[in-house]
Design a protein around this ligand. Structure first.
Ligand code: 5GP
Ligand code: MN
Length: 339
């Protein structure tokens, strides 16, 4: 976004306007953190803003300040449709295409005429937004919300609640400040957020230390069937619908599992296949280290996308067929996976 755009926003686009703020379907820490932070900021700027999430967030995010007023598109459809219908400004955060909200919400957004503002750090953004703040070098959309607020000269409006939301998004999307997307600026922002009262230890505990026993048992189950293909420096993890059921699967229980594959010495490509019976699809998460782009891989073969080192996709085949298809693709990447 250009400087003039921020002036326009501050003076007449935001005050008194009806705004909705939308994260992607199956929102993660960054999606919820960034939308709740922005929503609260917009309201402080005099707007009438609300977060509409395509579906529910995992329980380890439900303590976030402002979470209680999130409207769920799939469960509170009438209310959500009314809010979208009345919206003058629609902010879409942490995703690059309407399809990331799910097919039903996607159709609603395609039809709805409003001023769209995208804030996002994924590659290949679609061009629906009149105002686009897209930067793939950013650690997280939450970090971008901080910069967005700063562009208004409004850092003073960041209170402890907004700071907590932004910190959560940065923490989760950087893998606890570990991934290469973490910069000196990311740390400077985190430091400022702590000065504003963020309780980093409490946030960390809420997100990472509130596991149920069944979730850890699911992790054990998943790790015990891990396949390592040394020729391709690749690790394959899988969870069948039956295994999910046996371990009382709840939303969020499989988050982060794919990273265990990457923690193996020498492994640069890790994938997890999860059989979601209710949606009738195999949900796939890809992670890589170094130059192997899982964004390109997911786009080319599994109707997905994301970032160079973290992407997702899906398959309509069975779990076994999907994994076999995945394996059959690896020989064409032999060289890239051995660089
Ligand atoms: P995860 O594997 O944690 O679900 O997602 C990893 C990254 O890829 C996230 O940034 C997420 O937004 C993105 N992503 C996940 N699934 C998809 C998908 O089906 N399509 C696209 N374009 N991006 C995805
Ligand atoms: Mn993100």
């Amino acid at each position: 976004m250009k400087n003039e755009d921020y002036i326009k926003f501050k003076d007449y686009l935001i005050p008194r306007k009806k705004c909705v703020v939308i994260p992607h379907r199956n929102p993660d820490g960054d999606a919820m953190g960034s939308t709740l932070a922005l929503c609260s900021f917009l309201n402080k700027m005099g707007a009438n803003a609300v977060v509409i999430s395509p579906n529910e967030a995992p329980s380890f995010l439900q303590w976030l300040p402002g979470f209680e007023s999130v409207v769920l598109f799939d469960r509170q459809k009438e209310q959500a449709l009314k809010l979208i219908d009345e919206a003058e400004l629609i902010f879409t955060l942490d995703f690059n295409d309407f399809s990331r909200t799910g097919s039903e919400m996607e159709a609603v957004l395609h039809k709805k005429k409003a001023t769209y503002i995208m804030i996002d750090h994924h590659q290949q953004p679609s061009d629906y937004a009149e105002f686009m703040y897209s930067d793939t070098s950013m650690s997280s959309t939450s970090e971008m919300v901080y910069h967005f607020i700063n562009q208004f000269g409004a850092l003073a409006l960041i209170d402890k609640n907004i700071a907590t939301c932004i910190y959560t998004g940065i923490l989760t999307d950087t893998g606890q400040f570990k991934f290469p997307n973490t910069t000196a600026t990311t740390h400077q922002i985190a430091a400022h957020l702590m000065e504003l009262g963020v309780d980093h230890f409490k946030i960390h505990q809420e997100i990472y230390d509130t596991n149920d026993q069944s979730k850890l048992e699911l992790l054990g189950c998943c790790l015990s069937s891990m396949e390592v293909l040394r020729d391709y420096n690749t690790a394959i993890l899988r969870l069948s619908a039956e295994e999910l059921e046996q371990h009382y699967y709840k939303k969020g229980d499989t988050e982060g599992l794919v990273n265990y594959g990457l923690s193996l010495k020498g492994i640069i490509f890790s994938v997890i296949f999860i059989e979601h019976k209710d949606e009738g699809i195999i949900k796939i998460s890809f992670r890589s280290q170094g130059n192997f782009s899982v964004n390109e891989f997911a786009r080319a073969h599994f109707e997905g996308g994301g970032h160079d080192n973290a992407a997702g996709g899906k398959s309509n085949d069975s779990l076994e067929t999907t994994i076999e298809r995945f394996k059959s693709l690896l020989p064409q990447y032999l060289e890239k996976l051995n660089q």
